[in-house]
Design a protein around this ligand. Structure first.
Ligand SMILES: NC(=O)c1ccc[n+]([C@@H]2O[C@H](COP(=O)([O-])OP(=O)(O)OC[C@H]3O[C@@H](n4cnc5c(N)ncnc54)[C@H](OP(=O)(O)O)[C@@H]3O)[C@@H](O)[C@H]2O)c1
Length: 284
């Protein structure tokens, strides 16, 4: 994943007083962190991040222009908002490290797939405000899709803060926690499915004679445009499909091939299997 170009931001931060710790600034944590810096949601000097390896911390600190270290407890102590970005199996260990810093007025936002809010609350041993989130990688370009759910001890203000964080990098839905694995299978993993579709469409373009770069651009822009139509018109995708499909035309020939090839059921199976895997991970 390419780094996000960060420039000196002269616009005042939108939430200048919120102190943030991103614990586990890897691929997803790093994407969110860079996007938040670019959007200037928080003051850069009030953001602290951690990773596991010292050399990486030094490199990222230089690259992002913020404090990046390896001391989770120190970062958590000085934060109001703690974003947990480590791998799911590393969450318990991380929470044990930062437990002395956890107080009821802090907000934890965990992006770890399959880790439940009550597991985090239990590890903390206090009525801790935990928001669980499932973002996705297009957050890097402000085009993310994030599903959020609310733990038992989250106030409206804390939930608003968590929503604000993800709205800065895309679209947000708030769902019940029992649906979080489904969001993981659909939108968390979803960019990968769509890249496969774009790759296949581009390959098809090459097969019918288009140069590869032209085919890739046409395929990606077509997916982007169709998604924008669904989101901005609010029309059902089937209705939008029907507007492209004229009687005895070319499109209906293509659509029938998609049905013959089982694209619809294949995508359904992909989401179902990814959701089941998220459930397995949740069960440990
Ligand atoms: N990738 C996605 O598309 C995606 C989407 C939604 C949610 N998520 C969730 O995001 C989380 C991270 O996934 P990822 O793909 O970003 O993995 P990743 O790139 O491996 O990031 C994990 C980061 O955690 C750091 N880390 C490990 N142990 C640590 C510790 N004890 N203290 C501080 N930092 C520590 C690692 O540091 P080093 O770099 O030094 O090793 C690394 O930077 C997962 O829980 C995943 O479920 C990912």
């Amino acid at each position: 994943m390419a780094d996000i170009a960060l420039e000196e931001n002269e616009v005042p931060a939108q939430l200048p007083d919120v102190r943030v710790a991103v614990l586990g600034a890897g691929k997803m944590g790093g994407i969110l962190l860079q996007a938040l810096l670019k959007q200037n949601l928080f003051s850069a000097d009030l953001i602290h991040a951690t990773v596991a390896h010292k050399e990486r911390a030094v490199a990222l600190s230089t690259q992002w222009g913020i404090d990046v270290g390896t001391d989770n407890l120190a970062a958590a102590k000085q934060a109001d908002l703690i974003l947990v970005g480590v791998k799911p199996h590393q969450v318990a260990d991380l929470l044990a490290q930062i437990k002395p810093a956890l107080t009821k007025d802090k907000t934890i936002v965990s992006i770890a797939a399959a880790v439940k809010t009550d597991d985090i609350e239990e590890s903390a041993g206090i009525d801790l405000a935990v928001v669980r989130a499932m973002p996705n990688t297009p957050s890097a370009l402000g085009a993310g899709a994030a599903a959020l759910c609310r733990g038992r001890f989250v106030s409206d203000k804390q939930m608003e803060l968590a929503k604000r964080l993800f709205e800065t990098v895309g679209r947000v839905v708030v769902i019940e926690e029992r649906l979080m694995n489904a969001a993981t299978g659909l939108s968390g993993s979803g960019p990968a499915y769509v890249y496969v579709i774009i790759e296949a469409l581009a390959e098809a373009g090459v097969k019918v004679g288009l140069p590869r770069d032209v085919a890739t651009q046409l395929a990606a822009q077509t997916v982007f445009g169709a998604a924008k139509m669904v989101l901005e018109t609010g029309y059902h995708p089937a209705l939008l499909k029907d507007t492209v499909t004229t009687p005895s035309g070319c499109t209906v020939e293509g659509v029938l091939e998609l049905e013959k090839g089982g694209l619809r059921v294949t995508l359904l199976n992909a989401v179902e299997h990814a959701t089941a895997r998220a459930k397995e991970l949740a069960a440990g």
